[in-house]
Write a protein that binds this ligand. Structure first.
Ligand code: G3H
Ligand code: ZN
Length: 283
Protein backbone atom coordinates (compact mmCIF):
# COMPACT_ATOMS: atom_id res chain seq x y z
CA UNK A 1 0.00 0.00 0.00
CA UNK A 2 1.34 3.38 -1.00
CA UNK A 3 1.20 6.03 1.71
CA UNK A 4 0.96 9.80 1.87
CA UNK A 5 4.12 11.70 2.79
CA UNK A 6 2.40 12.60 6.06
CA UNK A 7 3.12 9.05 7.22
CA UNK A 8 6.80 9.91 7.61
CA UNK A 9 7.67 13.56 6.91
CA UNK A 10 6.47 14.98 10.27
CA UNK A 11 8.78 12.51 12.05
CA UNK A 12 11.66 13.54 9.77
CA UNK A 13 11.14 17.22 10.50
CA UNK A 14 10.92 16.59 14.25
CA UNK A 15 13.90 14.23 14.21
CA UNK A 16 16.09 16.51 12.06
CA UNK A 17 16.73 14.00 9.30
CA UNK A 18 15.54 13.90 5.70
CA UNK A 19 13.60 11.38 3.64
CA UNK A 20 14.85 10.97 0.08
CA UNK A 21 12.73 11.43 -3.00
CA UNK A 22 14.37 9.28 -5.62
CA UNK A 23 12.98 9.74 -9.08
CA UNK A 24 11.70 6.65 -10.80
CA UNK A 25 12.25 6.42 -14.53
CA UNK A 26 11.85 2.72 -15.26
CA UNK A 27 11.78 -0.75 -13.70
CA UNK A 28 15.46 -0.73 -12.75
CA UNK A 29 15.09 2.56 -10.88
CA UNK A 30 12.10 1.19 -8.95
CA UNK A 31 14.01 -1.97 -8.07
CA UNK A 32 17.22 -0.18 -7.12
CA UNK A 33 15.50 2.37 -4.88
CA UNK A 34 13.41 -0.32 -3.19
CA UNK A 35 16.38 -2.62 -2.69
CA UNK A 36 18.48 0.14 -1.09
CA UNK A 37 15.62 1.27 1.16
CA UNK A 38 14.89 -2.32 2.19
CA UNK A 39 18.50 -2.95 3.18
CA UNK A 40 18.55 0.25 5.24
CA UNK A 41 14.94 0.16 6.50
CA UNK A 42 14.14 3.64 5.26
CA UNK A 43 10.91 5.27 4.16
CA UNK A 44 11.15 6.52 0.57
CA UNK A 45 9.41 8.65 -1.98
CA UNK A 46 9.25 7.72 -5.64
CA UNK A 47 9.29 10.97 -7.57
CA UNK A 48 7.78 10.80 -11.04
CA UNK A 49 8.14 13.78 -13.35
CA UNK A 50 5.64 14.41 -16.12
CA UNK A 51 8.31 13.32 -18.59
CA UNK A 52 8.86 10.03 -16.74
CA UNK A 53 5.11 9.55 -16.56
CA UNK A 54 4.85 9.91 -20.31
CA UNK A 55 7.77 7.54 -20.80
CA UNK A 56 6.51 4.74 -18.53
CA UNK A 57 2.76 5.24 -18.87
CA UNK A 58 0.67 5.90 -15.79
CA UNK A 59 -0.47 2.26 -15.37
CA UNK A 60 3.09 0.91 -15.32
CA UNK A 61 4.18 3.72 -13.02
CA UNK A 62 1.56 2.96 -10.38
CA UNK A 63 2.03 -0.80 -10.75
CA UNK A 64 5.81 -0.54 -10.24
CA UNK A 65 5.37 1.59 -7.12
CA UNK A 66 2.68 -0.70 -5.72
CA UNK A 67 4.85 -3.75 -6.37
CA UNK A 68 7.73 -2.04 -4.57
CA UNK A 69 5.55 -1.28 -1.54
CA UNK A 70 4.15 -4.78 -1.50
CA UNK A 71 7.52 -6.48 -1.83
CA UNK A 72 9.29 -4.29 0.74
CA UNK A 73 6.55 -3.59 3.26
CA UNK A 74 8.11 -0.11 3.59
CA UNK A 75 6.21 3.17 3.78
CA UNK A 76 6.52 4.34 0.17
CA UNK A 77 4.91 7.43 -1.30
CA UNK A 78 4.32 7.71 -5.04
CA UNK A 79 4.68 11.40 -5.74
CA UNK A 80 4.10 13.47 -8.87
CA UNK A 81 7.21 15.63 -9.26
CA UNK A 82 6.84 19.21 -10.53
CA UNK A 83 3.20 18.79 -11.54
CA UNK A 84 2.23 21.58 -13.90
CA UNK A 85 -1.55 21.64 -13.63
CA UNK A 86 -4.66 20.68 -11.70
CA UNK A 87 -5.51 18.20 -14.49
CA UNK A 88 -2.22 16.28 -14.25
CA UNK A 89 -2.48 16.17 -10.46
CA UNK A 90 -6.04 14.79 -10.66
CA UNK A 91 -5.05 12.23 -13.27
CA UNK A 92 -2.28 10.97 -10.97
CA UNK A 93 -4.51 10.89 -7.89
CA UNK A 94 -7.18 8.96 -9.78
CA UNK A 95 -4.56 6.47 -10.97
CA UNK A 96 -3.29 5.76 -7.44
CA UNK A 97 -0.58 8.31 -6.62
CA UNK A 98 -0.38 8.97 -2.87
CA UNK A 99 1.24 12.39 -3.18
CA UNK A 100 1.55 15.21 -5.72
CA UNK A 101 3.65 18.30 -6.18
CA UNK A 102 2.25 21.40 -7.79
CA UNK A 103 5.06 23.55 -9.12
CA UNK A 104 3.48 26.96 -9.39
CA UNK A 105 6.82 28.72 -9.38
CA UNK A 106 6.31 30.31 -12.79
CA UNK A 107 3.06 31.95 -11.67
CA UNK A 108 2.70 35.08 -9.56
CA UNK A 109 2.66 34.50 -5.80
CA UNK A 110 -1.11 35.04 -5.62
CA UNK A 111 -1.80 32.75 -8.57
CA UNK A 112 0.53 30.09 -7.13
CA UNK A 113 -1.48 30.20 -3.89
CA UNK A 114 -4.79 29.99 -5.73
CA UNK A 115 -3.80 27.03 -7.93
CA UNK A 116 -2.02 25.12 -5.15
CA UNK A 117 -5.05 25.55 -2.89
CA UNK A 118 -7.39 23.99 -5.46
CA UNK A 119 -5.23 20.87 -5.66
CA UNK A 120 -4.84 20.63 -1.88
CA UNK A 121 -8.62 20.74 -1.44
CA UNK A 122 -9.17 17.66 -3.59
CA UNK A 123 -5.97 15.85 -2.62
CA UNK A 124 -6.61 16.08 1.12
CA UNK A 125 -10.12 14.74 0.67
CA UNK A 126 -8.48 11.66 -0.88
CA UNK A 127 -5.74 11.31 1.75
CA UNK A 128 -3.10 12.46 -0.73
CA UNK A 129 -0.29 14.80 0.36
CA UNK A 130 0.70 17.92 -1.59
CA UNK A 131 4.03 19.69 -2.04
CA UNK A 132 4.08 23.31 -3.15
CA UNK A 133 6.97 25.45 -4.37
CA UNK A 134 8.23 28.94 -3.64
CA UNK A 135 10.94 30.54 -5.73
CA UNK A 136 12.32 29.00 -8.92
CA UNK A 137 14.86 26.20 -8.91
CA UNK A 138 17.56 26.57 -11.57
CA UNK A 139 18.91 23.98 -13.98
CA UNK A 140 17.22 21.44 -16.23
CA UNK A 141 14.95 18.49 -15.58
CA UNK A 142 13.24 16.81 -18.54
CA UNK A 143 12.04 19.67 -20.68
CA UNK A 144 11.77 22.20 -17.84
CA UNK A 145 14.72 24.58 -17.80
CA UNK A 146 15.57 27.74 -15.89
CA UNK A 147 18.87 29.53 -16.39
CA UNK A 148 20.79 31.16 -13.53
CA UNK A 149 19.17 34.50 -14.24
CA UNK A 150 15.58 33.25 -14.09
CA UNK A 151 16.22 31.11 -11.00
CA UNK A 152 14.74 33.03 -8.07
CA UNK A 153 15.49 32.32 -4.44
CA UNK A 154 12.44 31.79 -2.22
CA UNK A 155 11.41 34.79 -0.13
CA UNK A 156 11.11 33.60 3.49
CA UNK A 157 8.53 36.28 4.27
CA UNK A 158 6.14 34.65 1.76
CA UNK A 159 6.29 31.19 3.32
CA UNK A 160 3.89 31.61 6.22
CA UNK A 161 1.11 33.09 4.10
CA UNK A 162 1.62 30.45 1.43
CA UNK A 163 1.36 27.72 4.04
CA UNK A 164 -1.63 29.18 5.87
CA UNK A 165 -3.62 29.71 2.71
CA UNK A 166 -2.78 26.46 0.95
CA UNK A 167 -2.14 24.04 3.84
CA UNK A 168 0.45 22.13 1.80
CA UNK A 169 2.10 19.13 3.46
CA UNK A 170 5.60 20.02 2.27
CA UNK A 171 7.15 23.11 0.75
CA UNK A 172 9.93 23.18 -1.82
CA UNK A 173 11.94 26.37 -1.63
CA UNK A 174 14.58 27.56 -4.05
CA UNK A 175 17.75 28.03 -2.00
CA UNK A 176 20.52 27.83 -4.58
CA UNK A 177 20.59 24.20 -5.73
CA UNK A 178 19.81 23.35 -9.34
CA UNK A 179 18.40 20.42 -11.28
CA UNK A 180 20.67 18.33 -13.47
CA UNK A 181 24.44 18.09 -13.61
CA UNK A 182 26.08 21.04 -11.89
CA UNK A 183 28.31 23.38 -13.78
CA UNK A 184 29.55 25.63 -11.05
CA UNK A 185 30.04 25.54 -7.33
CA UNK A 186 26.88 25.03 -5.27
CA UNK A 187 25.92 27.53 -2.65
CA UNK A 188 22.96 26.65 -0.45
CA UNK A 189 21.31 29.52 1.39
CA UNK A 190 20.84 27.81 4.74
CA UNK A 191 19.55 31.01 6.30
CA UNK A 192 16.47 30.77 4.05
CA UNK A 193 15.95 27.11 5.02
CA UNK A 194 16.22 28.02 8.71
CA UNK A 195 13.75 30.88 8.47
CA UNK A 196 11.15 28.94 6.52
CA UNK A 197 11.53 25.76 8.60
CA UNK A 198 10.90 27.82 11.72
CA UNK A 199 7.97 29.71 10.21
CA UNK A 200 5.85 26.75 9.06
CA UNK A 201 5.11 23.36 10.66
CA UNK A 202 5.60 21.20 7.55
CA UNK A 203 8.67 19.77 5.84
CA UNK A 204 11.01 21.90 3.76
CA UNK A 205 12.04 20.24 0.50
CA UNK A 206 15.44 20.59 -1.12
CA UNK A 207 15.30 19.98 -4.87
CA UNK A 208 18.37 19.47 -7.01
CA UNK A 209 20.04 17.18 -4.47
CA UNK A 210 22.39 15.58 -7.02
CA UNK A 211 25.99 16.66 -7.21
CA UNK A 212 25.85 18.54 -3.92
CA UNK A 213 28.81 17.78 -1.63
CA UNK A 214 27.80 15.65 1.38
CA UNK A 215 28.87 18.35 3.79
CA UNK A 216 26.47 20.86 2.24
CA UNK A 217 23.62 18.35 2.37
CA UNK A 218 24.35 17.74 6.06
CA UNK A 219 24.25 21.49 6.68
CA UNK A 220 20.95 21.87 4.82
CA UNK A 221 19.43 19.10 6.95
CA UNK A 222 20.76 20.74 10.11
CA UNK A 223 19.15 24.00 8.89
CA UNK A 224 15.80 22.21 8.58
CA UNK A 225 15.42 20.45 5.20
CA UNK A 226 13.57 17.15 5.71
CA UNK A 227 12.88 15.96 2.17
CA UNK A 228 15.65 15.87 -0.44
CA UNK A 229 15.20 15.06 -4.13
CA UNK A 230 17.71 13.05 -6.15
CA UNK A 231 17.37 12.06 -9.78
CA UNK A 232 20.42 13.00 -11.84
CA UNK A 233 22.98 11.09 -9.75
CA UNK A 234 21.13 7.84 -10.37
CA UNK A 235 20.88 8.60 -14.07
CA UNK A 236 24.58 9.38 -14.31
CA UNK A 237 25.67 6.31 -12.30
CA UNK A 238 23.35 3.94 -14.17
CA UNK A 239 24.37 5.24 -17.58
CA UNK A 240 28.09 5.11 -16.71
CA UNK A 241 27.70 1.44 -15.77
CA UNK A 242 25.97 0.69 -19.07
CA UNK A 243 28.65 2.57 -21.02
CA UNK A 244 31.35 0.55 -19.33
CA UNK A 245 29.76 -2.75 -20.31
CA UNK A 246 29.14 -1.66 -23.90
CA UNK A 247 32.66 -0.25 -24.26
CA UNK A 248 34.20 -3.51 -23.09
CA UNK A 249 32.03 -5.81 -25.16
CA UNK A 250 30.79 -4.76 -28.58
CA UNK A 251 28.88 -8.03 -29.00
CA UNK A 252 26.64 -7.82 -25.93
CA UNK A 253 22.93 -7.77 -26.81
CA UNK A 254 21.16 -9.11 -23.71
CA UNK A 255 19.84 -6.02 -21.88
CA UNK A 256 20.18 -7.81 -18.55
CA UNK A 257 23.94 -7.83 -19.08
CA UNK A 258 24.10 -4.03 -18.92
CA UNK A 259 20.99 -3.22 -16.91
CA UNK A 260 22.12 -5.33 -13.95
CA UNK A 261 25.29 -3.28 -13.42
CA UNK A 262 23.23 -0.12 -13.95
CA UNK A 263 20.80 -1.21 -11.26
CA UNK A 264 23.66 -2.09 -8.89
CA UNK A 265 25.24 1.31 -9.42
CA UNK A 266 21.94 2.98 -8.54
CA UNK A 267 21.55 0.82 -5.41
CA UNK A 268 24.92 2.18 -4.24
CA UNK A 269 23.88 5.78 -4.93
CA UNK A 270 20.58 5.43 -3.09
CA UNK A 271 22.17 3.66 -0.13
CA UNK A 272 24.76 6.37 0.31
CA UNK A 273 22.08 9.08 0.12
CA UNK A 274 19.87 7.32 2.66
CA UNK A 275 22.84 7.12 5.05
CA UNK A 276 23.67 10.76 4.46
CA UNK A 277 20.07 11.90 4.91
CA UNK A 278 19.77 9.99 8.21
CA UNK A 279 16.58 8.09 7.30
CA UNK A 280 18.13 4.61 7.72
CA UNK A 281 16.25 2.60 10.35
CA UNK A 282 13.29 5.02 10.33
CA UNK A 283 10.83 2.75 8.50
O1 G3H B 1 12.63 17.09 -8.62
C1 G3H B 1 13.65 16.36 -8.72
C2 G3H B 1 14.94 16.73 -8.15
O2 G3H B 1 14.89 18.05 -7.72
C3 G3H B 1 16.08 16.34 -9.02
O3 G3H B 1 17.29 16.98 -8.75
O4 G3H B 1 18.53 16.79 -10.89
O5 G3H B 1 19.72 17.33 -8.79
O6 G3H B 1 18.80 15.06 -9.14
P1 G3H B 1 18.65 16.51 -9.43
ZN1 ZN C 1 12.95 19.24 -8.58
Amino acid sequence: LLVSMNEFLPQAKAGKYAVGQFNMNNLEFAQAITEAATELKSPIIFGVSEGALKYMGIEYTVALAEASAKKSGLPIALHLDHGSSFEVAMKCIRAGFSSVMFDGSHYSFEENIRLTKEIVKVAHAMGVSVEGELGTIGGTEDDISHDEASAQLAKPEEALRFYEETKVDALAIAVGTAHGVYKGEVKIHNDIIEKVAAAIPVSIVLHGGSGVPDELIAQAIAAGASKINVNTENQVAGTAAIREVLAKDSKVYDPRKYLTPARNAMIDVVKSKIQLFGSAGKA
